[in-house]
Design a protein around this ligand. Structure first.
Ligand code: BGC
Length: 646
């Protein structure tokens, strides 16, 4: 403790000494981030670059203050891991941490010291293509993943929690679009993963593009100052998103770059990415202490990144790909959605298998959006991993369908989340052969696969799994791995149902198929196609004997099948009567249990006070009364208990 304090004092002294020798122009340089193309013409302290040790060393040599080099290392640098939405399906923060640790090490070896990850935006609308980059719809799962990524990356490079905040709530799922949300929903749904990242020690945050309740996030004092710095005591720096400072002009809150720069830095955005607006502050408009404060934050993180002590990177040949780790994470990210008559796992011999579909052998698509320095040619496809025969000769068909990698990620919103092109027709024709069909869906978002859910006997949701895609899919299809992943996001029946999420508020007229005047649609059945938290295994798990004892709730989980397996046991809480409407249920805990056939384990959760709180005008509040609690395999089913808060 004392040593840490001394260290902090020494760091502050070093920063103040640097600062005291800097001119205003030099200070603004530290707050300016550019790309490599811009670097020759715009003086900058921060660089967006894909790295390369020798190349970065060349740039760093003879600089008084080294550049902080940042890059989008989202789910891998050279070795590409599953997309974050896939990793969230593992419900295993340790795997998220592992993937970030490997990615960070590879990036660091290439001279990159900072990543624009993790993206911790909660997303309830699958039209929004960036749902691929986050952990899905739930704040508790999202917070666990956010903290894990931060820990993993920050073993070697600085992390950046983005996009602060509520960027995923874009109206109509259209990227960069307006967000309107209540303070309660902001606090309960969108902010918790950011808070978790801050508590995990994240070095930086990125401000979001959108306007939030009329105030652009990049000029939003409430977010950047009241909450982030005053409430959460965040000590790192905030970078704007690309061009977001200048875009304050388009938002209609600034007349020119100078006004935009004043608004952004005053609200608490320290570094201006790409648009070079902060250079205009040399003409005044902001008290110098405001600029000094931002510079101090940047210098502190440069020190933390080790840049002053070790500005250069060892120039070593790049290490081999970390395929083992990528395969392990990918195996745990695959969700089994349907398995009629135990069609899966496939026998390893005796059956001839055809592997078809536009994604069966598309190497580049395996990597998914944001694949940094990953190379498509190094990725393994399902066609390569599964011994196969031509369609005419086959006993069983494995159809690999879904989206190309460009269809999700940034600026990839869709008004229809159906299988693209005429893939459903292809599927219909495969079913018409009368041969058993296994559908493997690759996508960066939940797709509306109602037809498939009705007609295809086995469905596997594979997302984009990265470098080891094909091997991991084969591991699951042939039963070398018993799938345990669960959906981190609700699967709608049709696009018209989105936004759809499990932790919604009750309505005055709950859906009732017998009563027209209740909350539902005329043209699709009530509820999702597959609920949040859902996922099958090659074995079966029985839940029994829920007990509530004070603030401990427990239940038995038994492996009732004949294979060893792992189950992600989920605990939900509901507050049926409160002074405000509360969500019908909310995830508050989850645990992975490993069970041999016939083995039973008692799984116990401890309910914390914060699990019972909601955001009110008085801050976080828990009201006395009766609560419901569920322990179960998904958000849709489970054993129910109750308890009282006095
Ligand atoms: C994206 C960010 C990304 C940045 C830098 C922006 O367009 O919104 O997520 O980190 O570009 O590449």
């Amino acid at each position: 403790m004392f040593a840490a304090l001394l260290f902090a004092i020494a760091v502050d002294a070093r920063i103040d000494q640097l600062l005291s020798k800097m001119t205003l122009e030099e200070k603004l340089v530290q707050l300016t981030e550019v790309t490599e193309e811009q670097l020759p013409s715009i003086p900058a302290g921060v660089l967006l670059s894909s790295g390369g040790a020798a190349h970065i060393n060349e740039i760093q040599r003879n600089r008084k203050i080294p550049l902080l080099v940042g890059y989008d290392v989202i789910h891998g640098y050279r070795t590409i891991f599953p997309i974050p939405l896939a990793i969230a399906s593992s419900w295993d923060p340790q795997l998220a941490e592992l993937s970030a640790r490997v990615a960070g090490q590879e990036a660091r070896a290439a001279g990159v010291r900072w990543t624009y990850a993790p993206m911790v935006d909660i997303a309830r609308d699958a039209r929004w293509g960036r749902i691929a980059e986050g952990a899905g719809e739930d704040p508790v799962l999202g917070s666990a993943m956010a903290a894990a990524y931060v820990r993993g990356f920050q073993t070697s490079i600085l992390a950046c929690a983005k996009h602060y905040a509520a960027y995923g709530a874009a109206e109509a799922g259209r990227d960069y679009n307006t967000v309107e949300t209540s303070e309660r929903t902001l606090r309960e749904v969108y902010l918790p993963p950011f808070h978790a990242a801050v508590d995990a020690g994240v070095a930086t945050l990125m401000s979001a593009f959108e306007s939030l309740n009329g105030v652009p996030a990049t000029a939003n004092r409430h977010l950047l100052d009241d909450i982030l710095r005053r409430e959460w005591k965040f000590k790192g720096f905030v970078v704007s998103d690309w061009d977001a400072v200048a875009e304050l002009i388009n938002h209609g809150v600034a007349a020119n770059k100078h006004e935009a720069a004043i608004k952004a830095i005053t609200a608490g955005v320290d570094v201006d990415m790409w648009d070079n607006s902060y250079a205009t502050l040399r003409d005044g408009g902001v008290p110098e202490p405001v600029i000094d404060r931002a510079v101090q934050r940047v210098l502190r993180m440069k020190l933390r990144a080790g840049l002053f002590d070790q500005p250069l990177t060892d120039e070593k040949p790049s290490p081999p790909l970390n395929r083992d780790a990528a395969r392990r994470v990918a195996q745990q990210s695959i969700v089994l959605l349907k398995n009629e008559n135990d069609l899966l796992p496939l026998p390893k011999s005796g059956k001839k298998i055809a592997v078809v579909g536009p994604l069966a052998d598309s190497k580049k698509d395996m990597l998914g959006p944001w694949s940094a320095e990953g190379k498509g040619e190094e990725a393994v496809t399902p066609l390569e991993a599964i011994p196969h025969v031509p369609l005419a000769d086959a006993d069983i068909i494995v159809a690999i369908l879904g989206e190309s990698r460009e269809m999700s990620g940034e600026a990839a919103s869709r008004t229809s989340i159906d299988l693209p092109d005429d893939q459903e027709k292809l599927l219909e024709s495969l079913i018409a052969t009368g041969k058993p069909v296994i559908l493997v869906v690759m996508s960066g978002r939940p797709l509306a696969i109602s037809w498939a859910a009705e007609h295809v006997p086995a469905i596997v949701q594979a997302w984009f799994l990265g470098t080891e895609s094909g091997n991991a899919i084969a591991d699951v299809l042939f039963g070398d791995v018993n799938p345990s992943a669960k959906l981190p996001v609700t699967f709608p029946r049709s696009t018209g149902q989105v936004p759809i999420y499990y932790n919604h508020l009750p309505t005055g007229r709950p859906p009732n198929p017998e009563d027209k005047y209740t909350s539902k649609y005329l043209d699709v059945p009530i509820g999702p196609l597959y609920p949040f938290g859902f996922g099958l295994s090659y074995t079966k798990f029985d839940y029994s004997d829920i007990r509530v004892d004070g603030f401990k709730v427990s239940a038995n989980v038994r492996n009732a099948g004949n294979r060893a397996g792992e189950e992600i046991v989920q605990m939900y809480i509901g507050d049926p009567v409160a002074s405000v409407s509360r969500p019908v249920k909310e995830l508050k805990g989850f645990q992975r249990v490993s069970l041999q056939p016939n083995e039973t384990k008692r799984v116990t959760f401890t309910i914390k006070r914060h699990d019972l709180e909601f955001w009110s005008d008085r801050g976080w509040t828990a009201e006395p009364g009766e609560f419901k609690v569920w322990i179960g395999p998904s958000s849709a089913t489970g054993l129910e208990g109750k308890f009282e808060l006095r």
